[in-house]
Structures are given as structure tokens and as C-alpha cells.
Design a protein. Structure first.
Length: 224
């Protein structure tokens, strides 16, 4: 295993120095730089190109989130991870969304920290166990909301639903919306697939159920 070059960012000198000595005791890890604030860290990352950056969430002169983004932009090959006391969900989510490859708690065991550095250097995302569940729940909730949003008809699709409820043919839909008939046909097909409806009758029923219209007229399965 080659040497992993680590840059430390923490405004607490005693903690930073102690951590540096601990990491330097590892044969495959070398602390190449220590920084006390965000701006200094951004500059040194671009200059030194360490493999891994361990940064506190509470740093001066530049927020941790801004620092993560600037480091990722200037040196995308460098892996940035947070090493912090903060267990706040907001700090965790913001760091990961900004591009952090890890969120580690300062009270973790030395062996766990060394293993985490090894994994982060290899490109894996590492979250301290007490916080991992929070992150999973957060992104599960986000995916559920995205999936729900995909099922909501757009403004154009709502217009088409109303026309389908009135029994409009593809040609009539095209004339009403000033689009080509073939385009109208594609829109109808995509709408049925999106809402998982089998035919125009179900689309008309859906329009009524959703309160989009109260008018349903002679809806044929294949009017064109």
C-alpha cells in the first residue's frame, strides 16, 4: 500500500497536533499539512494535492460547505471528509450534498478512523454508524418525493386529461393544443404509461377522481 497523504483542517491546534502525531504513527499515512481555517485549506489543497482531507464542520474564514465545493472544483481527485463533533442532521446532509466523501465523528476509535481513511482514499463514502441511518432515511424520503412528483401530471398533461374526459380524439387534441396529431398521440401514450392507466376510459375516470373535470363524454378506447 502506498502512502496516503492527509491534510488536516481544524481551528483547535491541540486536537490538530494530537491527531497529526497519531496518524503519522501509521506506516502508510503521512500528514502533509495542517490548516486552521477554510481559506488556507483551499489554497493548500490546490498546492499540495493530498489524497484525503479531514476537515471540521466548524472552521473560520470560509464555511466547510464552501470549502468542500471549492476543493472539489479545483482538485476533484482529492477526497474531502468531515471529522467533527457535530451530530446535527443538517451538517451531515449539507456536507454530503456538497460532495464530502465521509462524515466521521471525533469520538470514533483510532482503528475505525484509520480504516475510514483507507476506504475514503479508495473512493468509498464512509459515514459514522450513529449517523448512517439518518442519511439513509433522508435519501429514501427524497427518492419517495421524487417518485411522487413524477406521478403528478404536468400542465400540458392536465389539459390532455380534460380533453380525454370529453372524448376528444388525437386529432381533436392536436387541434385544441396546436400540435401535430402524431405528437398528440405520443403525449396520450406517455400520459397513460406515466399514470399506469390502461386506456382512455381510465384516463377519463382519473381526471374526475382528481377533480380536474366533472365532464365525461363518450370516451372510446380507440377513437382514431
Amino acid at each position: 500500500m502506498g502512502q496516503i497523504k492527509v491534510l488536516l483542517v481544524d481551528d483547535k491546534e491541540i486536537f490538530r497536533e494530537g491527531l497529526a502525531r497519531l496518524l503519522d504513527e501509521q506506516e502508510h499515512i503521512e500528514v502533509v499539512c495542517q490548516c486552521s481555517n477554510g481559506n488556507q485549506a483551499i489554497e493548500k489543497v490546490e498546492e499540495i494535492k493530498p489524497h484525503v482531507v479531514l476537515m471540521d464542520t466548524d472552521i473560520s474564514e470560509c464555511s466547510d460547505i464552501k470549502a468542500i465545493r471549492q476543493m472539489n472544483e479545483s482538485s476533484p481527485e482529492v477526497k474531502v471528509a468531515m471529522l467533527t463533533d457535530s451530530k446535527r442532521e443538517g451538517d451531515l446532509f449539507s456536507a454530503i450534498e456538497a460532495g464530502a466523501m465521509g462524515y466521521l465523528l471525533k469520538d470514533m476509535k483510532v482503528g475505525e478512523l484509520i480504516e475510514s481513511i483507507d476506504l475514503i482514499e479508495k473512493g468509498e463514502v464512509v459515514i459514522s454508524p450513529p449517523l448512517a441511518g439518518k442519511l439513509v432515511r433522508k435519501f429514501t424520503s427524497m427518492r419517495a418525493k421524487e417518485a411522487e412528483a413524477k406521478d403528478i401530471p404536468s400542465e400540458r398533461e392536465t389539459e390532455i386529461l380534460k380533453l380525454l374526459a370529453k372524448g376528444a380524439t388525437n386529432k381533436e387534441i392536436a387541434e385544441t393544443l396546436f400540435i401535430a396529431e402524431n405528437t398528440a398521440k405520443v403525449h396520450v401514450r406517455n400520459l397513460l404509461e406515466k399514470l399506469q392507466l390502461r386506456n382512455r376510459q381510465q384516463a377519463a375516470a382519473y381526471a374526475v377522481q382528481q377533480g380536474l373535470t366533472t365532464e365525461v363524454t363518450n370516451v372510446e378506447e380507440n377513437p382514431d
